[in-house]
Design a protein around this ligand. Structure first.
Ligand code: HEM
Ligand code: HEM
Length: 177
């Protein structure tokens, strides 16, 4: 169909929302990691919750794009594609579970006790690792949905791992320091 490429697709919308939450939560993790070492602005809780609304929209769009892929009779997904989609769901759901623990601990213990203890550091490392795994798994489709050349995939993956390493090191430094 003419003009097809310019149509806003569910995948395109999910790509934009996904890119936004990747940037938002990497920045949130960085600010959160630096808290206690430097006088970083403690972002008002509502800003983080505005990011969480975007995560909610992301999950809804993912249900729609998954449904589209699985019911595509013109180009049915290969076994490999289905496996990859399952991996995206597995890492996304695992991430959501540990984010739940993150929020629960901060709300009950307060951010300092929740994050700057040995147990808190372990949870932060798990959170950082799952965030990186989910971005790693979604990197190929993210670039495709945004119309960016897939040669950037390794850069996205390396970036996600670098952030996870920084979050983990700061989490340990909070316990040891
Ligand atoms: C901060 C939280 C999150 C970030 C940064 C994030 C990031 C991403 C990225 C970059 C992609 C690839 C985007 C694309 O295909 O255009 C993606 C895809 C996906 N995400 Fe997330 N995500 C998050 C949370 C979640 C959660 C909580 C779930 C599920 C409970 C989830 C499930 C999925 C699924 C199923 C896909 C694949 C969609 C498809 O292939 O059509 N994500 N995510
Ligand atoms: C691994 C890196 C992360 C670190 C170091 C971190 C750190 C923090 C810190 C320090 C706070 C407290 C802010 C304050 O009240 O001063 C906070 C709150 C919060 N974080 Fe994270 N965070 C990380 C990842 C994430 C991710 C991936 C999500 C969600 C996708 C998330 C969601 C939230 C939410 C919703 C709150 C507000 C909780 C409340 O209602 O009090 N965080 N985080």
């Amino acid at each position: 169909m003419k003009g097809m490429r310019k149509r806003i697709t569910t995948r395109g919308a999910n790509g934009v929302v996904s890119a936004a939450i990747v940037c938002f939560f990497l920045a949130h993790g960085l600010l959160g990691s630096l808290q206690g070492f430097f006088a970083v602005p403690s972002p008002a809780t509502w800003i983080v919750w505005a990011g969480m609304v975007l995560v909610g929209i992301h999950v809804v769009l993912c249900i729609a794009t998954s449904f589209e892929q699985l019911t595509d009779t013109v180009r049915p997904p290969s076994v490999q594609k289905k496996r990859h989609l399952a991996l995206k769901w597995a890492t996304g759901i695992a991430l959501a579970a540990v984010v739940g623990v993150h929020i629960g601990r901060i709300r009950t213990l307060g951010p300092i006790a929740a994050l700057h203890s040995a147990e808190g550091a372990a949870w932060t490392i798990a959170l950082a690792a799952l965030l990186a795994s989910h971005i790693w798994t979604g990197s190929k489709s993210l670039l495709k949905d945004l119309g960016i050349d897939r040669s950037w995939r390794n850069a996205v993956r390396a970036g996600a791992c670098a952030f996870a390493a920084v979050f983990s090191l700061f989490a340990l430094a909070h316990v040891l320091g």
